[in-house]
Design a protein around this ligand. Structure first.
Ligand code: G50
Length: 468
């Protein structure tokens, strides 16, 4: 059998996502693209699963795609004290890494034999040693920005450049060769500045293993990150870099539509581009004090809003009522001006609604890509991790604001008046609106017939063919 691209059509691909919705979601969307390119897909799920949102999404995906087989991977137990980690999602990354040797029999037992595996970047160095032994080609899905990838790839050379301890080795900014604007050290999460943390050690180990993978897939596209992608795909700025495939924007699949609560009906009654959508992703809770200031800011802005409130890290523990979080008086004001949601929502559908004119976001990468697709300007309020660097992508692209002075989550409490003023700036700007519209147009070209998404997958298959 042969395809239009002249290749043997049978490809069996295993996907190994890491934990957290921000990692799982792009993997499932990628699975959708691979299936439409006639690949057979095996999804490796790691057990126990951390959050309810993840287990529900996996079940919904598997029922929507009965042709996908699930392979359950039971993890070795890990004492949180051993890993010195109080973030359940990062602890899970470490648990998967420490269980990676158990993948060997699992991967070699699959039938028909695997063509290649696509692994989450947080697991790469530990999985690469397993796949190398099996002579199984291993690609990485990097689930955040190309800008972050360039820092990630360059990181060990900075960390090794000087022998003095502490963060002084980084200077004030990091100039990755070929990358447009330098990355201020203040945009790096504090975990990365501590070279002795287990997170930073894994980050560096993963980075050093880049040269041992067959390629890197990134959920980005030219219209969103032109310079960074040019440097990674054409520039060859870094030695030993395997091919980089910008396969984005990865689009949602039909099955994701099933959220228990939908604000769409309410949005129907609102004026075009008059509503602010507010969400900080699936794993960043805010302090109660900050949640109240945000509520005050939303009311002061004078705009209507859909606001996803989150006060716990893991959704299973979300038990406080709005009365408890906001207090009676503020709750009433908030309810009169907008809609408050405590559940996981279908963000894609909300952003696609014509009533939505702005997005207050933590700048998790999937949110950035979704906002870009819909042409919705962003008020970036990064909370931790790679989010400040992602917010710089938006600010640099001219379609949103990056609130650096608001610091990382719980550094300071940002006052309601300030938040209200910035919302007015966001919603009132014609420049942000028109730039966002242009990027949305480019996103649509990328997924069109003969666009970069399709071409990148073809290039990926060709690169795999060469490994055979
Ligand atoms: C979370 C975090 C800090 C941080 C990042 C987080 C990233 C993402 C990319 O997601 O940089 C990445 C993470 C881990 C890894 C490789 C790449 O091993 O709190 O920097």
């Amino acid at each position: 059998m042969s395809n239009s691209d002249g290749m043997h059509s049978h490809r069996h691909v295993a996907l190994l996502p890491s934990s957290g919705m921000g990692h799982l979601l792009p993997f499932l969307r990628l699975a959708g693209s691979l299936i439409s390119q006639r690949c057979q897909v095996t999804l490796i799920t790691t057990h126990p699963i951390v959050s309810l949102a993840e287990s529900q999404l996996i079940s919904a995906f598997l029922s929507a795609f009965p042709q996908v087989s699930e392979k359950k991977f039971t993890l070795l137990p890990l004492d949180p004290l051993t890993a010195n980690c109080n973030d359940p999602f990062k602890l899970q990354w470490e648990t998967i890494r420490r269980s990676a040797h158990l993948l060997s029999p699992l991967l070699s037992s699959l039938s028909p034999p695997l063509s290649f595996i696509i692994t989450d970047m947080t697991l790469m160095s530990s999985v690469v040693s397993v796949t190398a032994n099996l002579c199984l080609p291993n690609y990485i899905l990097f689930t955040t920005s190309a800008r972050m990838f360039s820092l990630f790839a360059y990181f060990p050379s900075i960390a090794e450049s000087k022998t003095d301890g502490g963060s002084s080795r980084f200077g004030d900014e990091i100039r990755v060769p070929g990358l447009g604007s330098p990355i201020p050290v203040s945009s790096l999460p504090s975990t990365l500045l501590d070279l002795n943390s287990f997170f930073t050690k894994n980050f560096s180990d993963n980075s050093r293993s880049i040269k041992n993978v067959n390629g890197v897939l990134i959920n980005s596209f030219e219209g969103l990150e032109k310079q960074s992608l040019e440097m990674l795909t054409v520039g060859k700025a870094m030695e030993g870099l395997p091919p980089v495939f910008p396969v984005g924007p990865l689009l949602p699949l039909e099955f994701e539509g099933q959220s228990s609560f939908s604000p769409l009906k309410w949005l129907e009654g609102q004026k075009e581009r008059s509503v602010v959508y507010v969400s900080f992703g699936s794993r960043t809770p805010m302090s109660k004090e900050q949640i109240r200031e945000l509520g005050t800011g939303l009311v002061l802005s004078g705009y209507k809003f859909v606001w996803v409130v989150k006060s716990k890290v893991v959704d299973k523990e979300e038990d406080e009522s709005l009365d408890e979080i906001l207090g009676q008086e503020l709750k009433e004001k908030v309810m009169n001006n907008g809609l408050v949601v405590k559940e996981w929502v279908n963000q894609w559908k909300i952003l696609s609604h014509k009533a939505v004119g702005g997005f207050i976001s933590h700048c998790g990468w999937n949110s950035v890509v979704e906002a870009a697709w819909h042409g919705v300007p962003v008020l970036g309020w990064p909370q931790h991790g790679d989010q400040m660097i992602n917010a710089e992508v938006i600010e640099g692209g001219g379609w949103g604001l990056c609130m650096k002075s608001w610091g990382w989550v719980s550094d300071i409490v940002v006052k309601g008046e300030e938040i209200g003023d910035r919302i007015k700036e966001l919603m009132g700007s014609e420049t942000l609106k028109s730039t966002a519209a242009r990027i949305s147009e480019e996103a649509r070209q990328a997924v069109g017939v003969g666009g970069s998404c399709e071409n990148m997958l073809k290039e990926l298959f060709q690169s795999w063919k060469k490994t055979e």
